[in-house]
Write a protein that binds this ligand. Structure first.
Ligand SMILES: [Zn+2]
Length: 419
């Protein structure tokens, strides 16, 4: 243990150590309720349970309806999906130091696809959303509760206020909840997000940005046998653009492109007048993201040289890149220092994956986004959580809260490094 653990830190760690079993029970209960991103009933069923748990922190908790998510269907029409609510908790909004804590309660698993919770040895449990990220939400709430009770006893909680945002749609891009995340993040000095850490305990460093484009092509239908010359094939146009996009792979370091799907057409005796092309891209920094978007638009423009074809474009870089910068480097250094207090030598690894940390960063707020449980194989039926990491990571977050509250970690100074 490092000598700079103070009395409040010791009290917090002692308290968290007694909470392991209660935390495990909570996350198991939540994992038994399916909250696949498109399972609105399941999301609405679990949300009040999480809201109740949030209330244990003493914060003011609201359950807020999210706007509908607009989806472009295979015919190129826009469908609206009504997801579950966004949960928002606010504590001491006038305190001099403000942080935002975020997480999502949806999972990638549709109902009945992955339901069992199984012990798989080595202190691991396999189950849906245990790591990504019902375990993380459990860690967050326990850390806040501990901070409140210990902070009360040690007279430091009044300096730190926070907003918690828990979303129903992270796994599909936070399209309904992005504005909630950004609004809360903009007012915060530092962000904490509770995606799972890696099994070995490593956290995410830089993250690429992620863009999605749904491109709806329209042509003109005609009888493919009798008068094909009158037709203008939208499927042909979509395929032409798909080839141009795939050819961009490897052109610029670190930027990837992927054609996710091509939908369109009807019977083989009809020249197809509709097609939908879905394209994804990931880019490591804002310049690269701008370049990637320009390349996609140029590929589209060339495709539209074809006679009789028009297109509508939906989308863009919905999660901008989260590169390492001075603010991120400083915050990562401070969290590494904090972790030494519980004997952890934290490693940060750059990743092509994206999460709410990107959204918080886009609002101008430095953040650490993998403060949840240790785990692995997420987004698969082998997803697992390392059980002991519930109290380990709750301890880590509590120490971060203590240091932000008493100024050992200078949140406002870290935020100033963003500009
Ligand atoms: Zn997640």
């Amino acid at each position: 243990m490092l000598s700079d653990l103070n009395a409040a830190d010791h009290a917090a760690l002692d308290h968290v150590a007694t909470r392991q079993d209660a935390m495990l029970e909570r996350v198991l209960g939540w994992a038994r309720i399916n909250t696949g991103s498109w399972n609105a009933d399941g999301l609405r069923r679990l949300a009040p349970d999480i809201a109740d748990a949030l209330r244990e922190t003493g914060a003011a908790v609201e359950t807020v309806d999210a706007p509908p998510i607009e989806k472009i269907n295979a015919k190129g029409e826009t469908d609206a999906f009504h997801t579950g609510p966004v949960l928002r908790a606010v504590q001491r909004p006038d305190a001099p130091i403000q942080i935002v804590l975020t997480g999502h309660y949806d999972t990638v698993f549709p109902p009945k696809t992955f339901t069992d919770i199984t012990e798989i040895g080595n202190g691991k449990l396999n189950g849906p959303g245990l790591a990504d990220m019902k375990g993380g939400i459990t860690v967050m709430i326990e850390a806040l509760k501990t901070f409140e009770s210990v902070g009360e006893a040690h007279g430091q909680k009044d300096r730190l206020g926070y907003t918690v945002i828990l979303t129903p749609d992270e796994e599909t891009g936070n399209f309904a909840s992005d504005s909630f995340l950004r609004e809360a993040a903009a007012q915060a000095h530092v962000g904490l997000t509770f995606e799972p850490a890696m099994e070995d305990g490593a956290l995410a460093g830089a993250r690429k940005g992620s863009g999605i484009w749904d491109i709806v092509f329209r042509g003109r239908s005609a009888h493919a046998g009798r008068e094909p010359e009158k037709g203008r094939s939208a499927v042909w146009a979509a395929c032409e653009m798909a080839l141009k996009v795939e050819a961009l792979m490897g052109v610029r370091d670190g930027v990837v492109f992927n054609v996710g799907s091509v939908d369109g057409g009807a019977a083989v005796n009809i020249v197809p007048d509709n097609a939908v092309l879905r394209v994804g891209s990931r880019a490591p920094d804002p310049d690269a993201a701008e370049w990637a978007e320009a390349q996609i638009m140029a590929a589209l423009e060339q495709t539209l040289q074809r006679d009789g074809i028009t297109a509508h474009v939906h989308g863009g870089f919905y999660r901008p890149p989260k590169p390492r910068n001075a603010a991120q480097d400083r915050l990562i250094g401070e969290v590494r220092e904090t972790a030494k207090g519980i004997g952890l030598d934290l490693v940060f690894k750059d990743t092509g994956g994206v999460c709410e940390g990107n959204n918080v960063f886009a609002a101008g707020t430095p953040n650490i986004d993998t403060l949840g449980v240790r785990g692995g194989r997420i987004h698969s039926a082998e997803e697992f959580m390392v059980v002991d990491s519930l109290s380990e990571r709750a301890g880590l977050t509590t120490l971060i809260l203590n240091r932000l509250a008493d100024g050992r970690m200078d949140g406002p100074a870290i935020k100033r490094l963003m500009s």
